[in-house]
Structures are given as C-alpha cells and as structure tokens.
Design a protein around this ligand. Structure first.
Ligand code: FES
Length: 164
C-alpha cells in the first residue's frame, strides 16, 4: 500500500537554510539535511530551497537526481533496503525479501500507511560476504534469516513507537 504524502512543515528546514545562506553548508549538505527532516526531498521543499537560496530549481533537481543518497520519493522513517544481488541471492535473499514483504505488509517501492517503514530492493550493498544483507540507513544486518527479519523489524517497530 502507498501512504499519502507526508505533511511537509517547511519551517523545519529554515535553520538549515540559514546555515547555507551564511556559507556554513554546501548545497549537497543542505539537501541531505532537509531530506533527514522529511525522510525524502519533497517537491515543496525543493521549491522552498530554490526560493530561499536563489539556487535555480533545475540545479537542485540535477543534484538530487545525480546523488543516489537523495530520494525524491517518499520513504518511511525506517527505510529498509534488501539486497537481491547475486551473492545474496544464492544465500536466499529472495526468501528474506518475501519475509520482509509479509512482515511489513508492503512491497518494494512502497511505504506503510503509518509512514514507519518503506522497502527497497537493491542489487548490491557492497557487503557480499555478509549475505543475505538488509540495511536500515547506514546500519547493516548480515546473514539474515526469517527469525532475524522478525527480530529486526520488531525492534525497529518498538523504537519507532517509542520515538527513539
Ligand atoms: S550481493 Fe548483496 S551485498 Fe553484494
């Protein structure tokens, strides 16, 4: 299921814009910082950044589409990537992906209704020896099994509910 767009409070981005306008942040750091606020870079935020900094919107979009670390699509507060590259696949990553889909109730490219989780299928995370591998942001989970999927998602769900 696809969640509705998360409400974007642009004022949250103002301190970052002020830092950028004082020369304390590069444009890429500004975009990453704004993305951290909303879990992706919403169109409204791109327009706001362009307006407040004078950087042409085309420059912002070209940076945002060039850097894979920036997403223009909504993501959950916990964005889970599941590797289905060859090294992970031969160790059962397709089963891991199925377990994640079942556990989260969403497929790759989707966000849970409460905005807590999103799922992405990727083709190598550079940690092949640990396969099957899943990540949440920069945290890697290796040698993932069905019970580990349940354990990891359960812990993330609990932390999300508690606002940790
Ligand atoms: S193939 Fe999965 S981390 Fe490289």
């Amino acid at each position: 299921m696809q969640t509705e767009r998360i409400k974007v409070d642009l004022e949250l981005a103002r301190p970052l814009l002020e830092n950028y306008n004082r020369g304390e942040l590069t444009l890429i750091a500004l975009l990453l910082g704004v993305q951290d606020l909303y879990y992706y870079l919403p169109r409204e935020a791109v327009e706001f950044i362009a307006r407040e900094t004078g950087v042409p919107i085309s420059v912002i979009y070209s940076l945002a589409t060039f850097y894979s670390a920036i997403s223009l699509e909504p993501k959950g507060r916990n964005h889970i990537r599941c590797c289905v590259g060859t090294a992970c696949m031969v160790r059962g990553s397709m089963f891991v992906l199925d377990d994640l889909k079942r556990e989260l109730g969403i497929g790759p490219g989707e966000v849970t209704e409460d905005g807590a989780f999103s799922l992405e299928e990727v083709h190598c995370l550079g940690a092949c020896a640990l396969g099957p591998v899943i990540t949440k942001r920069d945290k890697f989970y290796g040698h993932v099994t069905k019970s580990k999927v349940r354990e990891v998602i359960g812990a993330l769900r609990k932390a999300d509910r508690e606002g940790v």
